[in-house]
Design a protein around this ligand. Sequence first.
Ligand SMILES: [Zn+2]
Length: 84
Amino acid sequence: MKKFQCDKCENGKITKYLHIDNGFCYKCKGTGKLNYDPDTKGHNAQENINPEIEWLEIQSEQEMIAQAELENWMHANNIEYDYH
Ligand SMILES: [Zn+2]
């Protein structure tokens, strides 16, 4: 199957999110490649690009940002994660 360069990251890493999960790209699952052309709306990629999925991506980005802010806040306040 033809692979396409992910339009969100470089080789599976999102540079601006390097501080969270090492910038792991959820769109291509860290591979840097997509099974569909991100530039092509419609055609055979239609089922992969719909507003609902776009919205989920936006939501997961928002969660990553919120997580980063929480971590920054915890670092600033010298609070360690403790799940036990
Ligand atoms: Zn990607």
